[in-house]
Design a protein around this ligand. Structure first.
Ligand code: C2E
Ligand code: MG
Ligand code: MG
Length: 581
């Protein structure tokens, strides 16, 4: 609008004889300002390709007419600025074919104008030509370097490279916060792909397609919350980065963005960063989710939420509450079945999934850096619950807790254990940390150092799951453990294989020589119980004696058993099947 007014004014005023040069300069300046505004509006997607072409042709012709009508001969050169501006806008904001057409029109108009005004000397034509070429080169270079600087030439949104850099630093920041023990924000990526965009290109041509992309980019930008960032990755694909406390805002945001670009439609794929995830993996997962959205019929949102990811988020929440519980399973003297200790086993009831078995959530916690927090929560809870049991029984008990390899390699692990013992007043000598052979193998030096420090603290160590594939007699020498726990699978075969019986007998003798107590795990039948007692195992654990139970249930169960006239073994109805594995 401003441009048209400027052009008309230029025509009218320039045509009046005797007008000062200053006025021509003012008109030129306002015209250029108008062109600048047109460029901005175009980049925001509010001016279509056809509108832009009409405007630029109008300006070129208007400038020629104004220059022709102007009385002063210098006007033809002064109005050259308009041609240069038209060329610059065409190169910056229109397709290459459009830009070439506008350059050609400007060159022809300029040449005709100079010939008509008698200023068409070779030097003047050369100067005009050079000015136009220079404009094309400078504008082209500026557009190119804007791309280098991370700005997409078509939509003025950040480019893929700029987005990846931003995403990468958001992930690094979140990871650093997590490492520092702070609650890290959740980094989410949404990929938007315009549905059936090829139809737009086919129907409206490339320019029409470019227009639609500019418009969509402008609308997306307007619909974004202030803490989100948007980029154009390529073609009709856009990406949004969102850093929030949780994922609750993602579906709403996806819907808002889809509404903003209507009547165009978009499929959306979202992915949330898992711990220590790099940006390429996150983007790849968002791609997979986007593909799923397309497969599901387009114009919808799909989230790259693997079962693991949902678990991780649920587990994070559970650790914050904390709603992780501990089941205690008695360790008994096989000869008398008297309870001498308990093993603490982590239990997690997720509101959405119900009871999740440790075999599922422990590996997920290990993979996602949650195991140190989980270990601490379990240890503290175990000490407090076991204290209740000790008070009930009126005698000391041994408490065993499981530790993953990822916990044992942490330099502060022993300090954390000491802090829990101090807080809960559980005696160090009554605590046994169970470590699996596999975790000891994985990081032997660091882990062995931790084991040594635990012993200095007075805490004892058990080798868990002996006989599951990593068993090596050399471990008995390398690891200064006080207990060896025979795995359930080993115990199960002792009643069916005489060779296993021989091995059990030899193992019990060997451990006796080394001062290591043998605990038989997974004792399920009376026959197994009789056998482990006969072969001299120091302790036994298994469903035959008791299932893992929450402390209140265990206290009630032990009280029931000690009451006169009651059977020693629990009736199935009283067993906590949900808590046992
Ligand atoms: P584990 O340390 O070897 O624990 C013994 C597992 O055997 C427990 O499974 C227990 O419920 C089960 N069990 C007990 N008696 C019997 C029996 O008679 N027969 C059979 N078939 N199984 C029996 P749960 O509680 O599912 O734990 C599985 C594993 O998860 C544990 O094996 C341990 O490696 C891990 N885990 C549990 N809690 C924690 C924890 O707080 N931290 C770590 N790092 N790992 C844990
Ligand atoms: Mg164990
Ligand atoms: Mg075990």
């Amino acid at each position: 609008m401003l441009l048209c007014v400027s052009a008309v004014l230029a025509l009218v005023v320039g045509g009046l004889p005797g007008h000062p040069e200053a006025l021509v300069a003012v008109l030129n300046a306002s015209g250029l300002l108008g062109l600048g505004l047109a460029l901005v509006v175009r980049c925001r997607g509010q001016l279509g390709a056809v509108g832009l072409h009409v405007l630029l042709v109008g300006v070129s012709l208007g400038a020629s007419a104004a220059a022709l009508a102007a009385s002063a001969s210098h006007a033809s050169t002064a109005f050259m600025v308009w041609y240069c501006a038209v060329v610059a806008v065409a190169v910056a904001a229109s397709s290459w074919s459009g830009a070439v057409a506008h350059v050609a029109l400007a060159v022809v108009s300029a040449a005709l104008l100079h010939l008509e005004r008698g200023t068409g000397s070779p030097t003047a034509v050369l100067v005009v030509g050079c000015a136009l070429v220079l404009t094309v080169v400078v504008t082209g270079r500026a557009v190119h370097s804007a791309g280098d600087a991370g700005v997409d030439g078509l939509t003025r949104l950040p480019t893929r490279r700029a987005f990846e850099q931003r995403l990468s630093s958001a992930l690094e920041k979140a990871q650093a916060q997590a490492n520092a023990g702070e609650q890290a924000p959740l980094v989410s990526v949404l990929l938007l792909d315009l549905d059936h965009f090829e139809v737009v290109n086919r129907t409206h041509g490339r320019d029409g397609g470019d227009d639609a992309l500019r418009t969509a980019a402008g609308q997306l930008r307007a619909a974004l919350p202030s803490d989100a960032a948007c980029a154009r990755l390529e073609g009709d694909r856009f990406a949004v980065l969102l850093v929030r406390r949780d994922d609750a805002a993602v579906p709403t945001l996806a819907r808002d963005l889809q509404r903003a670009i209507a009547p165009l439609q978009a499929s959306v794929g979202a992915a949330h960063a898992e711990a220590e995830q790099d940006y390429t993996t996150l983007l790849r997962r968002a791609e997979v989710a986007l593909h799923a959205a397309k497969e599901a019929g387009r114009d919808c949102l799909r989230t790259a939420d693997s079962y693991d990811e949902q678990l991780v988020r649920g587990l994070r929440r559970a650790l914050l509450n904390p709603s992780i519980q501990v089941a205690l399973q008695p360790l008994v003297d096989p000869a008398t079945e008297r309870v001498l200790g308990v093993e603490a086993l982590a239990r997690w009831h997720d509101p959405a999934r119900g009871w999740v078995p440790p075999a599922v959530f422990i590996p997920v916690a290990e993979k996602n850096g949650l195991i140190p927090d989980l270990g601490q929560v379990v240890l503290e809870r175990a000490c407090r619950d076991a204290l209740q049991l000790v008070h009930h029984l009126g005698r000391p008990l041994t408490l065993t807790v499981n530790a993953s390899g990822a916990e044992l390699v942490r330099p502060q692990y022993v300090d954390d254990v000491a802090a829990v013992l101090h807080r809960t007043q559980w005696p160090a000598r009554d605590l046994v940390v169970e470590v699996t052979e596999s975790s000891l193998d994985a990081a032997s030096q660091d882990t062995l150092a931790t084991v040594e420090q635990l012993k200095q603290l007075g805490v004892r160590v058990a080798i868990d799951d002996f006989g599951t594939g990593y068993s090596a007699f050399s471990q008995l020498d390398n690891i200064p453990a006080e207990f060896l726990k025979l795995d359930t699978s080993f115990t199960a075969t002792t009643t069916t294989s005489t060779r296993r019986q021989a091995m059990l007998a030899a193992l019990v003798t060997l451990c006796g020589e080394l001062g290591i107590q043998v605990i038989a795990e997974g004792v399920e039948t009376a026959e197994q119980a009789e056998l482990v007692a006969r072969f001299g195992c120091d302790l036994a654990q298994g469903y035959h004696y008791a299932r893992p139970m929450l402390v209140a249930d265990l206290i009630a169960e032990l009280a029931r058993r000690s009451a006169p006239g009651h059977p020693v073994h629990p009736a199935p109805a009283l067993q906590d099947h949900a808590l046992g594995s």
